[in-house]
Design a protein around this ligand. Structure first.
Ligand SMILES: [Cu+2]
Ligand SMILES: [Zn+2]
Length: 172
């Protein structure tokens, strides 16, 4: 009898495990690495009715102001991270939070990293989702990218922000 109930529990657990991938994602994560492959931070992404909330925890990023974007392809090949493609922009708008023809859905405010290289910040990205229209988990995925310089918020296509210094694939 004990054997039978154990079997039933096992089947129940199995059906739960099988059901999980079919559910729409409401969370995603990423680990950001620099051009040398060193881990410099991580982020947790949470779907909300207002967009995707990105909780970013940086441990080792150069001091200063850095552009921070969601790029269109979930592929981070060092050292230049060009593999991550252009900014995530399903509506094919132009770049820049201050551009009348923008912004890209993946545009976000600059990060200001203090002298110790550590920064914890929450950023709301209101034009993207994890499981609806403009999902970051589309067929080719997406990536979070940090640049060497600041985003000027107007220059198309990338805010004149310089090299890509860190990249992390958004993973369900
Ligand atoms: Cu970028
Ligand atoms: Zn952009």
């Amino acid at each position: 009898m004990a054997g039978k109930s154990t079997l039933a529990v096992a089947f129940f657990a199995m059906s739960l495990a099988l059901a999980v991938p079919a559910l729409p994602a409401d969370k995603a994560t990423t680990v950001l690495k620099d051009a040398k492959g060193n881990e410099v931070g991580n982020a947790e992404l949470t779907a909300t009715p207002s967009g995707v909330l990105i909780s970013l925890d940086l441990m080792a990023v150069p001091v200063g102001e850095h552009a921070f974007h969601i790029h269109a392809v979930g592929k981070c090949e060092p050292p230049d991270f060009k593999s991550a493609g252009p900014h995530f922009s399903p509506d094919e708008t132009k770049h820049g939070l201050m551009n009348a023809e923008g912004p890209h859905a993946g545009d976000m405010p600059n990060l200001h990293v203090p002298g110790n290289g550590k920064l914890q910040v929450e950023v709301l990205s209101p034009m993207v989702t994890l499981n609806e229209k403009a999902t970051l988990l589309d067929q080719d995925g997406s990536a979070l990218v940090i640049h060497a310089g600041a985003d000027d918020y107007v220059s198309d296509p990338a805010g004149n922000a310089g090299d890509r210094i860190a990249c992390g694939v958004v993973t369900p």
